[in-house]
Design a protein around this ligand. Structure first.
Ligand code: PLP
Length: 462
């Protein structure tokens, strides 16, 4: 591991924070004595040893699942906030951190084109909870009406709908992983769809549903649009540099009724940081409740009044706020450049895989990645054999410290028949998958490629 700047940053800021409370009488007896310190140090060393049993998520050779290390500033700010341990349920529990949350969420809303006063939003502990709130509000607005999402939408939507007792239907997707608009219209014609879940950046391959065209259907059918951009939301900042269909989809995001984005995915935050936004602040009426315990010290909005979760980590808001101070959400800023760099790495890996001209690898028929996720199938006579090869190469890469991921995808996304049309079998095949979401992945691509080629040669015997 490289030199970690967090302890130094934290020591300085901890002294500054102590000065803020200097007027309080000292509580000397709570300081640990030498024996207690030694005991804690021992346990912490044991903890470090136990944590060694992990994939090296922080390293650029970890190029598997959707995992991006938090920014050192986010870690330092989170740890700093821990000496206060604020609770953003109410201002009583987290005065400063509630204001920081409101400011951080405003910057995210502005990224989607929503102005200061015209929306409602807050942080959540995850993308799942953020999506749950959006679908819960959808169910309050249109009780009993169906929620529909593509078969590539995150499985959480179906499960959340079951929790909320809302009927849910899955709409087929095409071979680019996007929701089929014809299939969606077939559902809309039935007249009972309340909300369409549109995914900007699917979990499996980073496909971007055609939000602009879904929006156009609203001239003929009456439905809400919920955008799940848990993974892909930040690409709004560089959407001008995406391919045309994705560019058009992102340009329509401000028309959505609700949006979810996860700062703990692409936003450089520790886990425990999702975000839900509603275009109509009137949605706040559904959250209304009386609390005999909490809302005493301020007439200002308490975030617990607009959130289904009660206690929430104020530290998550502090870390996000601090990160956004350093790396503002602007199209030409350093944060956006980091997104663009990961995407370039993904395009380059995809290009190298395609150069193999179908000798070992079958890339997606639909073309290069839309965001920064690359998937590819191993060439083999039968899907079972292709799946086995993917698993063997995955393992061989692992022994070389290159960590990829596996994903199951419909076989017809990869294979043409002899007549040149996509194969019509819908059998699932295990493929290799790489999420190149760290800005450093671009500089490490040659090394990633070198290890991948060596591992493939080992398995394929060439
Ligand atoms: C598109 C999408 N939606 C929702 C989720 C669920 O988010 P979380 O794991 O933060 O609950 C994910 C997770 O990968 C996702 O990719």
């Amino acid at each position: 591991m490289t030199q970690d700047p967090v302890p130094g940053l934290l020591a300085r800021a901890t002294r500054r924070l102590a000065e803020e409370f200097a007027a309080l009488p000292e509580v000397a007896e709570t300081s640990p004595d030498d024996a207690q310190l030694a005991a804690m140090a021992n346990v912490l060393e044991l903890t470090a040893h136990r944590l060694g049993d992990n994939y090296p998520y922080f390293h650029p050779l970890y190029a598997g699942q959707m995992l991006k290390p938090p920014h050192p500033l986010a870690r330092a700010a989170y740890a700093l906030a821990m000496s206060i341990n604020p609770n953003n349920h109410a201002r009583d529990g987290g005065r400063a951190s509630s204001i920081m949350e409101i400011e951080a969420v405003a910057a995210i809303a502005a990224m989607f084109g929503w102005a200061q006063s015209g929306y409602l939003g807050h942080l959540t502990s995850s993308g799942t909870l953020a999506n749950l709130e959006a679908l819960w509000a959808a169910g309050q607005i249109a009780p009993g009406r169906r929620i529909v999402g593509s078969e590539q939408a995150h499985y959480t939507h179906q499960r959340i709908s079951a929790v909320l007792k809302l009927p849910y239907s899955s709409v087929p997707s095409d071979n680019s992983g996007r929701m089929s608009l014809e299939a969606l219209e077939t559902e809309l014609r039935k007249g009972d769809v309340g909300t369409v879940v549109v995914t900007l950046g699917t979990t499996a391959i980073g496909a971007v549903d055609s939000l602009d065209q879904v929006m156009a259907l609203r001239s003929r059918y009456d439905f809400r649009v919920h955008v799940d951009a848990a993974y892909g939301g930040y690409f709004r900042l560089i959407s001008d540099r995406l391919d045309e269909p994705a560019r058009r989809a992102y340009a329509a995001i401000h028309q959505a009724d609700s949006i979810v984005v996860d700062p703990h995915k692409h936003g450089l935050q520790p886990y425990g940081c999702g975000c839900v936004l509603f275009r109509d602040p009137g949605v706040g009426r559904f959250y209304k409740h009386d609390s005999p315990y909490t809302y005493f010290t301020s007439k200002e909005l308490h975030l617990g009044e607009i959130s289904l979760e009660c206690s929430r980590a104020g530290a998550a808001a502090v870390a996000l706020w601090a990160t956004q101070q350093l790396l503002p959400l602007t199209p030409d800023g350093e944060f956006a450049r980091g997104l663009a760099s990961g995407r370039r790495a993904a395009l380059e890996l995809d290009r190298r895989l395609r150069e193999d001209h179908g000798r070992w690898v079958e890339p997606l028929l639909s073309g290069p990645p839309e965001l920064d996720i690359v998937v590819w199938k191993l060439k083999a006579e039968a899907p079972q054999r292709a799946s086995a090869l993917a698993q063997q190469i995955f393992a061989a890469c692992g022994t070389r410290n290159l960590h990829l991921a596996l994903v199951q995808l419909p076989e017809d996304w990869f294979r043409r028949t002899d007549a040149g049309v996509p194969h019509s079998g819908s059998e699932l095949v295990t493929c290799l998958r790489s999420v190149l979401m760290k800005p450093e992945h671009e500089a490490w691509l040659d090394r990633i490629w070198q290890e991948y080629v060596a591992a493939s040669q080992e398995v394929l015997g060439e």
